[in-house]
Design a protein around this ligand. Sequence first.
Ligand code: NAD
Ligand code: TDX
Length: 331
Amino acid sequence: MRMLVTGGAGFIGSNFVHQVVREHPEVQVTVLDALTYAGDEKSLAPVWDQVTFAKGSITDHDVVDDLVRSSDVVVHFAAESHNDNSLHDPWPFVHTNVIGTYTLLEAVRRYDVRYHHISTDEVYGDLELDDPAKFTPDTPYNPSSPYSSTKASSDLLVRAWARSFGVRATISNCSNNYGPYQHVEKFIPRQITNVIDGVRPKLYGTGENVRDWIHVEDHNSAVWDIITKGRLGETYLIGADGEENNKTVVELILELTGQPSDAYDLVSDRPGHDLRYAIDATRLRSELGWEPRYTTFRDGLAATIEWYQANEAWWRPQKDATEAKYAQLGR
Ligand code: NAD
Ligand code: TDX
């Protein structure tokens, strides 16, 4: 199988490539990545000799056409992915997430290539803190931020291309990922690397917002199952019942790093900050038999902390510029 992985130098995409190379060596992997501020060739170092790397944008018609024509399946991770950035400058989100997805869809349509679309639970908006409900595949789309609205737009393009043109597509909407190779702009790595630097973690607002954490390897094992066993045209929600509020996560990071549990600061809130996300992954579990391997958040978080402690050379070059951006936002 010839597999084109877009965004394979980013957090989830690079972990996916590692997993495929390790567990399915018969697959020929090509990565297409623009190496934006969020992409890093170093994330592919352990598998560099086993993959083909193409530096380019998913919005570039000619690059995409060439690579898709010689693929059997496209797994589309590439995106502008950070909510805070989308509030500051939405255009790269519209360009990459909407135009980029359109460009890929037209190419897979031309060459009848199987397509899997990676998306987020944020397309469904948010839930109340005290609501027992979770997102299901039938929850109406109601995105809040420029990031999530461009992801929702791209999902709708996929649905339309599947129905109108018969594109052989599946979609997955996953909850918040954590694990190795996540950019230090994101919540968990930001706080781990702050603690390493002797800086107090920063909680937005009151820290009550809830995210449904899943280890990146569990997300990616679900993606593999959907690519190989999923029903065409279907949407699968991916989540591992990992709801935690942000304050609890920061306190756990502080505990696991030997700091006092109140050694954090509350900072100004994110505008439009979604309250709570929660995934009902029944379809994935019952139809495809998927199960997560990281079922204890504490253990997965401890392993992630160890990874950042051992891999400072990977994240250090990004840290100052990331914190300088946050300083401008007062966060
Ligand atoms: P990331 O920001 O770490 O990586 C994105 C990658 O895409 C980078 O390597 C970047 O260089 C590349 N890229 C950006 N624009 C590009 C373009 N125009 N052409 C080619 N490459 C480009 O993101 P991530 O956290 O790994 O997220 C990957 C995917 O998973 C995204 O589609 C995101 O919406 C989705 N997702 C993320 C999470 C999460 O918790 N991080 C949860 C659910 C879904
Ligand atoms: O310093 C911080 N302090 C803080 O309290 C940061 C960076 C974040 N937060 C809060 C905001 C959120 O409630 O932590 C939570 C998680 O924040 P992010 O890591 O920015 O993730 P989120 O906005 O929830 O979106 C993530 O999950 C869904 C990914 O970035 C998206 O790509 C994915 O689609």
